[in-house]
Design a protein around this ligand. Sequence first.
Ligand code: EPU
Length: 347
Amino acid sequence: MLSPRPCVRLGPLTTLGVGGDASFVVDATDEANVLAAFRWAKERGLPVRVLGGGSNVVVADGGFDGLVVRMLTRGRTFTASDGELVLTAAAGEPWDELVAEAVRREAQGLECLSGIPGLTGATPIQNVGAYGQEVAETITSVRVLERDTLATRVLDAAACRFAYRDSFFKSEAPERYVVLGVTFRLRLRAVPSVRYGELAQKLASDGGEPTLARVRELVLALRRGKSMVLDANDENGRSCGSFFVNPVVTSERALAVEALAGEAHMPRYPQPDGSVKLAAGWLIERAGFTKGTRRGAVGLSTKHALAIVAHEGARAADVVAFAREIQRTVREELGVELTPEPVFWGI
Ligand code: EPU
């Protein structure tokens, strides 16, 4: 029997910890619950939002007038053959536990994605990536529920249209599907993929074997150093990770930005199509927002200028006002438009 709870505060269900109430919240621990929840909302004419780990969402102070379905479905299967491990996980599987298990099974492909908060079902939506790896490299298919028809479908990787922090689910049809499960193809006993400079240096200076387990440990240490691992005792803990995506600009624009910043050696990542990805955190600092900059109860992380932190008493409106101030200043000072990375509910 489905029993949605009325008037539930959404802040505590997100890592940023701000925002008002949902009219109803239901914990969906199996797929039958997910379907029942959508039917329940349809009968009452209520809109539905799906919440995973809440690590990439900013909820408005006014909350959400509808039903929030918390995806808490569990279950994983592992099938090994021909040097590969095919791994299928339910949307509600905690992401880092899945990465840890893949590493334990010596399956390569997810190790650099260690320590990322949230649940597995969220990873295809924005093509989660870190330290030179992204889920698009290993996802083979995504099982979804079509909201309109409540039919399930399986989309192959091509249909997901993955790009940098983007997919079909995020930008082309944001309300069409709910992710139910994700299948990854990993390589067994392969050498770790190390493309990120700081990580490669650490591994080399270690002198030891570059095993998957070692890469995982180093990634976790790097993330902790930047307050990018969930930790209740961390002063930068209440955030939703990177608040903006790294902007991709033409090579001419990149040179102009460097000149405006008045500093050589601007971090830049040339893309295969000739465009250049810039580091949003670096731009934010050059626009005058040093790490730890405060605006009342909100501020930048003291470890990473790309994360906005909500301190005691912060409201969603404070977070949004600060984010807008950063966007405006970076636009005026450096001529670059920053696009927010989290999902906004009711803002
Ligand atoms: N930088 C600064 N100041 C800062 C932060 C960064 O100058 O405060 C410079 C760094 O020195 C470096 C460059 O910016 O040269 C890039 O920084 P970093 O390697 O920390 O990565 P990022 O581009 O800021 C991205 C992802 C993170 C991911 C890291 C590590 C995006 C939007 N963010 O950040 O993902 O963990 O790379 O691979 O792509 C997230 O999406 O929520 C997230 C945390």
